[in-house]
Design a protein around this ligand. Structure first.
Ligand code: ATP
Length: 222
């Protein structure tokens, strides 16, 4: 469904990604893990086309505009539009007809439709970003730390929404509480490469939690 081959990226003379390769199959829910500065957001930006890699390829038969949803780490929102207008604008850009109220209900923002985006709280902006990235019911979504800044109730609602919608997904998260029951696969980015890829089922079969697996791979061999 989606394949990344030997992606390399340096900033000045700092080599952040040294050859990252992986593939995503339909139905997988992949947690992309790694310490701060490991290069997760850099990789996500390259996949999103916001940043150019020095070398490597991204291959997919999916259409970026209509079949892939992206939620970057920082919110890219137009602050001086109302919530409702922004949702309408995005749906017009994607040439889809949507019921704005219903869409806003998905992320519990129905009471904020007339408010300016710039006046939303950080967690509310994240929820709006999420909505924009799934508005066209994509087949594959890439989310970079989607729950950052959300209160506990919103975090719970966020994971429930994703569970219900059943997207194939790649999600950068530090939310270890959720990884054990939401994801099917874990990828760990370390020293510029994918240092480990494992199915959650296999990790559990070994009697470990994902957090234990992560610590073993990242901390012990640091
Ligand atoms: N535009 C840039 N210019 C220079 N260095 C950059 C730039 N973007 C990222 N970096 C560097 O690349 C490295 C990886 O950053 P990145 O944001 O991809 O990490 P991350 O794994 O997403 O971290 P976090 O968990 O903190 O979000 C860091 O050392 C960062 O300082």
């Amino acid at each position: 469904m989606f394949r990344v081959d030997e992606i390399k990226k340096s900033f000045k003379n700092k080599e952040v990604l040294k050859g990252v390769s992986f593939s995503i199959e339909e139905g997988e829910k992949v947690a992309l893990l790694g310490n701060n500065g490991a290069g997760k957001s850099t990789l996500m930006k390259i996949i999103a086309g916001q940043l150019e890699a020095n070398s490597g390829t991204v291959k997919t038969a999916l259409d970026y505009q209509t079949e892939i949803g992206m939620m970057p780490q920082g919110d890219i929102l137009i602050e001086d539009l109302t919530v409702s207008d922004l949702v309408q604008l995005k749906s017009a850009m994607n040439r889809i007809a949507i019921d704005v109220d219903k869409a806003l209900e998905k992320v519990s923002l129905q009471d904020f439709k007339k408010q300016y985006v710039g006046g939303l709280s950080g967690g509310q902006k994240r929820r709006l970003s999420l909505l924009l990235s799934i508005l066209n019911s994509p087949k594959l979504i890439f989310l970079d730390e989607p729950t950052t800044g959300m209160d506990l109730e919103s975090v719970d609602r966020f994971w429930k929404l994703l569970e219900k919608e059943k997207y194939t997904s790649v999600i950068v998260t530090h939310d270890f509480n959720q990884i054990d029951h939401f994801f099917t696969k874990v990828m760990i980015l370390k020293n510029g490469r994918i240092a480990a890829t494992e199915s959650v089922e296999e990790i559990h079969r070994q009697g470990k939690t994902i957090e234990e697996f992560y610590r073993e791979k990242v901390e012990k061999e640091a």
